[in-house]
Design a protein around this ligand. Structure first.
Ligand code: SF4
Ligand code: FES
Length: 367
């Protein structure tokens, strides 16, 4: 590889659709959700999977919205398998049944990630905006294990459910997950809209950190626990997406190729479509993918910081959402001159907070 040719992406995040029966108030999809009529046709997705494998991608994550809403999902999983791509289905599970799972398994699905909103039925259904959803997920987890698929249980945590973290970890163990992901809400898109209702208190965060450490020790060797902490309480930012344009390519339902799921919020960047440009050309040559790749774009204090090739300056979308400047140091970093905006948001944390603004197609007016 020359200095100008980036290594291939490790993973393709295929956002097949924004349609979803749930309405979580921290959804990572954009505020302006794409309608079914704008979605890529099956033939284009099949070509994208071929191009991904040829580019050197190793994993494909089928996500959404709810990827099971796509009628061609089995065909896409089969094509991924034919291409030697490791496939992961990221699903709410509520529309899956045994026959559907059997078709996906026969097609070569490698792994399934099931999202949970809480450990307790009423709260989970309220947060997801879908009555009966939690009960259905537990049934689906049993089907997944019966089908012999490895299962990750994903719990998104925030002020309104963190007190039940021990129960969430117990539920993950009970349903036979080999991996449990505890992910604090990330505050952009719908999460930012609902920040005042979701932001944990520092006491909650400290209790959660201790609980995760306890569970890691107790489950060592049996269940892996991934833990994503909230930027707002961090002293240094996360390496968002493993660095812009370094490890992951994200394709939206309509075929926009992005370095991360929120990149369309950034002004002045016109991301290419997979309908007109090959994945290889996008990854290697597109100026939007190159815009924040590496360290050459960095301002101080990042430019001379010894962590610049560890966190890659943090999250561009968070810098834009909170500071109006996508090229600024992520304010999650304590070295950022703008770190104070995080403290202001943390000061909001407490009490019941406002009602949720639920994610709905056609609800973008709140943006
Ligand atoms: Fe990361 Fe920049 Fe902060 Fe250094 S100054 S820790 S590179 S965000
Ligand atoms: Fe876009 Fe972090 S979500 S760079």
């Amino acid at each position: 590889m020359t200095a100008h040719t980036p290594d291939p992406p490790l993973a393709l995040l295929a956002e097949l659709t924004h349609r979803c029966p749930l309405a979580c108030p921290y959804c990572a999809n954009p505020l302006e959700l794409e309608r079914a009529s704008a979605e890529l046709d099956p033939a284009t997705w099949l070509r994208v999977l071929d191009e991904a494998a040829a580019l050197g991608v190793l994993q494909v994550h089928f996500s959404g919205g709810e990827p099971c809403a796509r009628r061609d999902l089995v065909e896409l999983v089969a094509r991924a398998a034919q291409n030697g791509l490791y496939s992961n289905l990221i699903t709410s599970g509520v529309t899956l049944d045994a026959a559907g799972l059997a078709r996906l398994t026969e097609a070569g699905l490698d792994h399934l990630q099931l999202s949970f909103q809480d450990s307790e039925h009423a709260s989970a259904d309220r947060i997801g905006g879908y009555r009966g959803g939690h009960r259905r997920k537990i049934e689906v987890a049993a089907l997944v294990r019966a089908a012999g698929l490895p299962l990750t249980a994903n719990f998104v945590v925030h002020r309104q459910n963190l007190e039940r973290l021990p129960d969430m970890l117990a539920l993950g163990e009970q349903i036979g997950a080999s991996r449990i992901e505890i992910a604090h809400v990330q505050y952009y898109g719908w999460g930012l809209v609902n920040r005042a209702a979701l932001m944990p208190t520092r006491a909650q965060l400290e209790a959660a950190n201790a609980e995760v450490e306890r569970a890691r020790a107790a489950l060592h060797g049996r269940i892996t626990i991934d833990y994503v902490v909230p930027d707002y309480y961090a002293a240094r930012p996360k390496a968002c997406m493993g660095g812009w344009g370094r490890r992951i390519m994200n394709i939206t339902p309509s075929g926009h190729a992005l370095p991360c799921h929120a990149a369309e919020t950034l002004p002045g960047l016109h991301f290419p479509f997979v309908t007109t440009t090959s994945l290889a050309a996008i990854w290697r040559e597109d100026p939007c993918f190159a815009r924040f790749r590496g360290t050459g774009w960095m301002p101080e204090p990042c430019a001379s910081c010894d962590r610049r090739e560890i966190d890659w300056g943090g999250c561009r979308c968070q810098a834009f959402a909170l500071l109006g400047d996508a090229a600024a140091t992520d304010p999650a970093c304590a070295l950022s001159p703008d770190h104070g905006v995080m403290a202001e948001a943390v000061a909001e944390a407490g009490g019941e907070g406002p009602d949720f603004v639920y994610r709905r197609i056609g609800a973008a007016a709140i943006a």
